[in-house]
Design a protein around this ligand. Structure first.
Ligand code: UDP
Length: 247
């Protein structure tokens, strides 16, 4: 599968259907695999955290979640086919889990959120087997990893926010015994109804970030990284598209 490098991060250049095909194939392979869905904030954060680049590139599937990454890929003349929103990928995998009998574990968010998300998802996808939930505010990884390993789920949602969830997956994937781990930020908040995704029209116009800013104005500091990210893509393009480490 073709990879496109955006500022050191090797994205899979796939459509949603292709991403799902790979996700399902990974479920059949031995060992544990993890999926990351970096947006521009996270790619930008890699500039100051080289270890994070390694963690992202160590994933079996790297999906461009966010229109900023797609714009940067065009600026850099390494265009990605499309944005592949992590939450949409996760929902489509849950649909397949219900059809194929895969077991699912939901980890992350504030206490009670994963349980409510599980209840609602079971209504949405009859037959879905949620085998456990845990909140994302634990002090040590050990007890949580043991709890998950005891039920060795097929699919594990890791929703601890970025980049915490990416580091967590890289460190603990094998020990959980899960076949596929998905790092999906605030998805459980959305599945549980505690927060809302932008209406379709905002998403289609590539303005999901703006909707989020209106709803969660305290994200302004993080979001100022979007224009900085696009400017650095333009600078890279002018300097001959070398990744930051080559400059
Ligand atoms: N979260 C968590 N543990 C933590 C920090 C955050 O479970 O130690 C959860 C938080 O409750 C929220 C999600 O991680 O549900 C982060 O959501 P956000 O939309 O900010 O995701 P991001 O954009 O950071 O991926």
């Amino acid at each position: 599968m073709l990879k496109q490098e955006i500022m050191g991060v090797h994205f899979d250049n796939v459509t949603m259907d292709e991403a799902l095909e790979i996700g399902c194939r990974l479920m059949e392979e031995p060992g544990s695999h993890y999926v990351v869905t970096p947006n521009s904030e996270i790619v930008y954060a890699c500039r100051e955290q080289p270890a994070l680049t390694g963690v992202l590139n160590g994933a079996s599937l790297v999906l461009p979640d966010g229109i900023g990454v797609v714009y940067a890929s065009r600026i850099l003349k390494t265009p990605l086919k499309q944005k592949v929103a992590g939450i949409e990928f996760g929902t489509a995998m849950l649909e397949r889990a219900a059809q194929r009998g895969w077991t699912v574990y939901l980890l992350g968010s504030k206490p009670g959120v994963a349980e409510e998300a599980g209840r609602r998802l079971c209504q949405q996808f009859p037959g879905l087997r949620i085998v456990g939930t845990a909140d994302g505010y634990f002090k040590e990884d050990g007890p949580v990893v043991e709890k998950i390993a005891a039920v060795h789920p097929d699919l594990l949602f890791v929703c601890l926010g970025a980049p915490k969830q990416e580091y967590w997956m890289e460190k603990n994937a094998e020990a959980t015994g899960a076949k596929l781990l998905l790092g999906l930020g605030g998805s459980l908040d959305i599945y549980s109804g505690s927060s809302q995704r932008a209406p379709d029209i905002w998403v289609k116009l590539g303005l999901e970030w703006a909707y989020r800013l209106v709803k969660e104005p305290w994200r302004i500091k993080r979001q100022t990284n979007l224009p900085k990210f696009l400017f650095s893509a333009i600078r890279l393009r002018i300097s001959g598209n070398k990744s930051p480490s080559q400059q």
